[in-house]
Design a protein around this ligand. Structure first.
Ligand SMILES: Cc1cc2nc3c(=O)[nH]c(=O)nc-3n(C[C@H](O)[C@H](O)[C@H](O)COP(=O)(O)O)c2cc1C
Length: 181
């Protein structure tokens, strides 16, 4: 059975969160189970870089990452939704990614499908979201996941702007569903 984990890089009830909820509903109609994780609204300690997890596959911190890692392991597809932040990846997502390091040495992310969505406030030509997309791409490469789909939504400044892009969202989700089913 296809299981999906949607990881949301913005903690406000804004565009990323709206997109995640729309995605979850559409996936449900296709009988695809998904979990939404919003790291910014969870208790997640910053990775100290101790590297213990490289040898024992475990992190000493007891926080919400234990449950998140179970959900990630259970999913065949990880969908990252990042707001553009200084034309970079959301910090909340970077913190989450660092804490996935226990999965690196045992290669437990390897072979999973990855999808990246980036949401920015400006026109693509005006203020590029390329670096945000490329940092997500780099994470897929480093973790040996298969980046199967990427898309950027532009001109989303106010927290509900993405809701005016229903046609674009529908097209993107239809394309995506074909790839993850
Ligand atoms: C600290 C910060 C930096 C931002 N940097 C950019 C940027 O470089 N380019 C851009 O297009 N939008 C930028 N934005 C705007 C957000 O990407 C945009 O409003 C997005 O829709 C926010 O997603 P959310 O509604 O899910 O929080 C920035 C917003 C914040 C808070």
């Amino acid at each position: 059975m296809t299981k999906v984990c949607i990881i949301v890089g913005s903690r406000r009830n804004g565009n990323s969160s709206h997109l995640a909820n729309i995605l979850k509903e559409r996936l449900k109609k296709e009988r695809i189970i998904s979990n939404i994780i919003t790291p910014g609204n969870q208790k997640i300690y910053l990775c100290t870089g101790c590297m213990d997890c490289d040898t024992n596959g475990k992190c000493d911190f007891k926080d919400d990452m234990s449950d998140n890692i179970d959900k990630v392991l259970d999913a065949s597809t990880l969908i990252f939704i990042s707001p553009d932040r200084w034309n970079l990846l959301s910090g909340d997502l970077k913190i989450f990614m660092d804490r996935l390091n226990p999965l690196f040495t045992p290669k437990k992310l390897e072979g999973k499908k990855m999808v990246s969505f980036v949401i920015g406030s400006e026109d693509k030509e005006e203020y590029s979201t390329d670096a945000t997309l490329s940092s997500l791409d780099s994470f897929a490469t480093a973790s040996n996941m298969d980046l199967i789909y990427s898309h950027q939504f532009n001109n989303c400044l106010e927290g509900t702007d993405i809701l005016d892009k229903q046609e674009e969202i529908d097209t993107v989700i239809n394309e995506l569903i074909k790839l993850i089913k």
